[in-house]
Design a protein around this ligand. Sequence first.
Ligand SMILES: [Ca+2]
Ligand SMILES: [Ca+2]
Length: 182
Amino acid sequence: MRNLASGQLTTGAVDHGDSRPSAHRFLGQLTTDQLVTSSIMFKALIILSVLAVSAVQAQQTIQKQKLKFKLSAKGLSDKDDLGTSDPYVELFYTEGSSTKETKFGRSATLTDDENPTWGDVFEFDYDRSKGQRWHFKVYDHDNLREDDKVGNAWVQADDYVDKGQTYTANLIKQGFLTIQKA
Ligand SMILES: [Ca+2]
Ligand SMILES: [Ca+2]
C-alpha cells in the first residue's frame, strides 16, 4: 500500500519532465505488489487443496456411523387402473455373504405419485466391517387386493457412504431410487 501510494505521487509530480523512469518504477512496484499478492493467493490455494483432500480422505474412511437418510424416486411404473401408483418403500439389509434379510423400515404411502419424495427419515447403524447391503422394495398400495410390486434396488452401504451419502440406484425394472442424507 505504501509503495503504491508513493508511486502514484511520483507519477503526478513529474508530469512536465521525462516521466518514463518514474512510470516504469511505478509499474515495477505494481508488479512487486502483484507478485506478493499472487504468492499469498498461491499459498492459500495450496492450503485449501490440502484441506479439500483431507476432507475427502476423512469421508472415505468412515468406519461406523449412525446414518440418517431420506428416499425419493422418479419414473415409477403405473400399477393402478384409476390414477397412478400409490407408492411406499420397505427397507431391508443383509450382512456379509448371508442372504437373510432384516427389515429396518417402511415409508408412508403416498397417493397417485410416480415421482414420490417420502418425508420419512430412516436410521441405519452403518459398520464397514460387516459388508452391509440394502434392499429397497417399492410397492403400490391397493385397498382391495394384494399390493403391486413397483420396483426394487440393492445398494451396498459402503457405496452410499463413500459417495458422500447421496446415491441414485436403478429400480428393477423401471425408474430410479435416490437415497439422500437427512
Ligand atoms: Ca395397483
Ligand atoms: Ca392410485
